[in-house]
Design a protein around this ligand. Structure first.
Ligand SMILES: Cc1cc2nc3c(=O)[nH]c(=O)nc-3n(C[C@H](O)[C@H](O)[C@H](O)COP(=O)(O)OP(=O)(O)OC[C@H]3O[C@@H](n4cnc5c(N)ncnc54)[C@H](O)[C@@H]3O)c2cc1C
Length: 414
């Protein structure tokens, strides 16, 4: 009889592993340090805006197949919404030019040959060098592989890479940018439809998973922080929590799904990414104009993306480390000023909140990418998961869920 799998961390990696293992009938216990699940992908009630908001706007794409399968398995795939086809409206704040990228569904990129669908100021041949990213070796930066200038770079490649890798594009790992191109643009529009959790990350990705785990009799223990792991004879033999030690039976396993800085403090000598990048979000309580699309790319501005939700307009700045020290009110005013220029909303600052996640993701450079471990460890009953493990993807929802699935499969097959 298989023993209990102790999953440490109730972020998306831990939850997806828990869903996968319980669906195979495995006994699972989830231990979460904080009082809530979701980790870096969560909703909370915010007093400043007086509504439930997400810690950060999360964009998924229809090609994120592991995320969509996970949502299906928790009965929440209908909660991701997006346009029927792959459309990305943009506005350039310096010229006020507006355009919409419209990919066609199949892998043959007909959209490149239609000036109304491709990036303005580009020609079809400009897109060819992007193919170099597809085969980029580990160790190379985006800047090593493609020229980081020109209309295509400024208006498509840079915004895509900054959003997906959360790093200044030229220093990003080319292999990670290549994975994004391979799984989205190269597949065609059917993999590029933008999807958002309109009713919140919690209601979409987290709460349905917790409800399903509860139905399956799986306990999620909150405020149950793992402080140490005792090892002996090539296996983990006990888990030290605050005020409690769990001795592991011969068939018990541990699936560690915590961020890299927590994993390295629990496992001496573990090599893992140790540089991070911030993501800044601004949330404004105001009804968006009826014609504001769900997601709008903004160029030549601090704001990179504007998201429209019922009763709220939110903005995202990835690789936002330069904004960490800006006084909050000053930043809110600056961001709101840009939003009003794009949307025509009134200049008066509505109720607002700024959420700055300093360690939103590991820094997606080649050097940090090289530090990512796989799921297996030198201990036979301990596996790793998390967006920072070596998924071949940048730190994303899709990567976190794939890592959870992979770790669960590793345990199931061992
Ligand atoms: C602001 C922001 C915006 C983002 N936008 C996007 C986006 O648009 N698209 C996208 O795909 N991705 C986005 N991401 C990335 C995405 O949120 C993450 O990749 C994903 O949530 C990581 O999940 P995880 O389970 O690997 O880690 P985490 O979410 O960090 O989960 C780890 C969990 O472990 C717990 N833990 C830590 N130490 C212990 C311990 N000792 N004992 C017990 N529990 C412990 C933590 O409390 C946490 O709940 C964004 C991230 C942020 C912060």
């Amino acid at each position: 009889m298989a023993g209990t799998v102790h999953i440490i961390g109730a972020g998306l990696a831990g939850l997806s592993a828990a869903i996968r293992l319980t669906s195979q009938g495995r006994a699972v216990a989830v231990h979460e340090a904080t009082a809530f699940a979701g980790g870096r992908c969560r909703s909370y009630h915010d007093a400043s805006v007086g509504m439930t908001i997400d810690n950060g706007n999360h964009l998924l794409l229809s090609g994120n197949h592991a995320a969509i399968d996970y949502l299906r398995s928790i009965g929440a795939d209908h909660r991701l919404i997006g346009p029927k086809s792959a459309e990305f409206p943009f506005v350039d704040l310096s010229s006020n030019e507006r355009w919409t990228l419209r990919f066609n569904d199949g892998p043959l990129p007909f959209w490149l040959f239609d000036p109304k669908r491709r990036v303005p100021g580009t020609r079809p041949l400009d897109y060819l060098p992007l193919a170099r990213l597809l085969w980029a070796p580990a160790g190379k930066t985006v800047g090593d592989v493609i020229a980081c200038k020109g209309a295509l770079y400024d208006r498509l490649v840079e915004p895509l890479i900054v959003a997906a890798l959360n790093i200044d594009a030229p220093i990003g790992a080319a292999r990670l940018a290549g994975a994004i191109v391979r799984e989205t643009l190269a597949v065609g529009g059917r993999a590029c439809r933008p999807l958002i959790a309109r009713d919140g990350l919690g209601a979409t990705l987290i709460e349905p998973a917790l409800a399903l785990l509860q139905q399956r009799g799986t306990a999620v223990r909150f405020e149950h922080q793992l402080r140490g792991i005792r090892f002996s004879n090539g296996r983990a033999e006990a888990l030290d929590f605050v005020g409690e030690t769990i001795t592991l039976g011969a068939d018990d396993a541990v699936l560690l799904a915590v961020p890299p800085y927590a994993a390295t403090s629990l496992i001496a000598g573990l090599e893992a990414p140790n540089e991070f990048r911030a993501i800044v979000n601004g949330h404004f309580r105001i009804e968006p104009p009826a014609d504001l699309p769900p997601i709008l790319g903004v160029l030549n501005s601090t704001v990179q993306w504007i998201f429209s939700f019922p009763g709220r307009v939110s903005i995202t700045v990835s690789a936002g480390d330069r904004l960490i020290e800006t006084p909050r009110e000053e930043l809110a005013k600056k961001l709101w000023d840009e939003v009003t220029r794009v949307t025509g909303l009134p200049a008066a600052l509505p109720p607002w909140q700024i959420v700055r996640e300093r360690r939103a993701t590991f820094a997606a450079t080649p050097a940090q990418d090289a530090k990512r471990p796989g799921a297996a460890t030198q201990w036979r009953n301990l596996v790793l998961a998390g967006d920072w493990t070596d998924t071949g993807l940048p730190a994303t929802v899709e990567g976190a869920i794939r890592s959870g699935n992979r770790a669960a499969e590793f345990i199931a097959s061992s």
